[in-house]
Design a protein around this ligand. Structure first.
Ligand code: TXA
Ligand code: MG
Length: 368
């Protein structure tokens, strides 16, 4: 699925990336969800570098990325031996999810093996693991022959990158950061995270494109949502020294331009919050809707930006749109509220957090 559009990196470049990781350096690499900022999961100094480069508190745990077993064939894959060095108590349900969705945009939280570094788990006794599907990520992991920790390759609290150029923009000052270019990320929002560490109950920590409904339909495993929008966010709830699940919406994925959502047909209500008559406003509209009439507000310089009303396509373009709009000098960005339905939970979550943290002072929200 990546064959034609993905500029694959030469094996010499991948070898150089492997050497960089072995030397304790950082390598940004593409995954199918967003770009990750990778480091050797067994090197405490390299892990510290990930936190300091992102500006992320060290109590926020990282995801370990693993290579799929060599001969990838669903019926024969031995994920148990891949996971054995990292986790203990691999439940039957967890193995079912692994066999069904890996490699892919699903992260599972397990009880950790004692050899897993506390530096990467934020001192918790659990570890988050995923096997990304992107061929460059897989090639890197296979050649590295070890786990790679990789948070999204953005500065703490900012929009996750979905292209190599986005990563470059995020870390402009770090000239020697190696970035593998795998084109645009297909999924576009971060992986779904499910906590399997209790042994008997699967709990959704972060919504993504793989939904509880889909998981149930494909495996019969019931995923609990624990009271709706309770889930994990790496850049949230700083009051909690070991954030696992945050019930409150905080800054994350935030553009510097103020961002607001509008209810169906209520663009003018959202605009009334911004009485500045000279406002330049980008109004994002569904492609399924006829164009908006803003004539009642002649003083506002509004422009429509069309976005897909298909949840998967919307997710794949969301961060791209937020980044592009943020650079165009608007005074305000308005997005339509995503409709109800589980397939929209991932993008609704990211948009709500982006609204909360948006605006010129968004950096100060992060230290709340
Ligand atoms: O799609 C993705 O997951 C991307 C790509 C690069 O793989 N990675 C990503 O990493 O989104 P990051 O660090 O930006 O977000 C990881 C999330 C955080 O919310 C973190 O708190 C949570 O995973 N997490 C990590 N370890 C955990 C654990 N042991 N228990 C609960 N949550 C954990
Ligand atoms: Mg992140």
């Amino acid at each position: 699925m990546f064959a034609d559009s993905t500029p694959l990196q030469s094996s010499a470049v991948i070898n150089e990336a492997v050497q960089t990781l072995r030397d304790g350096g950082l390598v940004a690499f593409p995954t199918e969800t967003v770009y990750g900022l990778g480091a050797d999961a067994k090197n405490p100094e390299a892990i510290k570098k990930v936190f300091s480069t992102k500006g992320r508190p060290t109590s926020h745990p990282l995801i370990v990325h693993l290579a799929a077993p060599d001969k990838f064939d669903q019926t024969q894959v031995d994920w148990v031996s891949v996971l054995a060095p990292w986790v203990r108590d691999l439940s039957e349900d967890a193995l079912t999810l692994v066999n069904t969705f890996w490699p892919g945009p699903l992260t599972l939280v397990f009880k950790k093996d004692k050899s897993v570094l506390n530096e990467l788990t934020g001192g918790q006794d659990t570890v988050a693991i995923r096997a990304p599907a992107h061929p460059i990520a897989q090639e890197l992991l296979r050649k590295f022959k070890g786990g790679i920790v990789a948070p999204s390759a953005n500065r703490f609290g900012k929009v996750s990158p979905t292209s190599a150029a986005d990563v470059r923009n995020e870390f402009e000052g770090i000239l020697d950061l190696m970035i593998l270019d795998g084109g645009n990320c297909e999924v576009g929002i971060e992986s779904t995270i499910i906590d399997m560490s209790s042994g008997d109950k699967a709990v959704l920590l972060r919504p993504g494109v793989i939904t509880p409904k889909e998981i149930f339909a494909m495996t019969g495993v019931k995923v609990y949502q624990d009271g709706g929008v309770k889930h994990e966010g790496d850049d949230v709830n700083l009051a909690d020294p070991s954030p696992r699940v945050s019930g409150s919406l905080k800054a994350h994925y935030a553009p510097t331009t103020p961002l607001r959502l509008y209810a169906p047909g209520r663009v003018l209500d959202a605009l009334s919050e911004f009485p500045d008559t000279k406002s330049r406003v980008a109004v994002v509209v569904w492609d399924s809707e006829s164009s908006l009439v803003l004539e009642d507000h002649p003083s506002i310089d509004a422009e429509e930006v069309v976005i897909s009303s298909d949840a998967t396509t919307f997710a794949s373009r969301l961060y791209r749109s937020l980044r592009d709009l943020d650079q165009q000098g608007w005074d305000l960005i308005l997005f339509p509220e995503p409709p109800s339905g589980e397939e929209w939970d991932g993008v609704r979550d990211r948009l709500q957090r982006a609204c909360f943290g948006s605006g010129p002072s968004s950096i100060s929200h992060d230290s709340n």
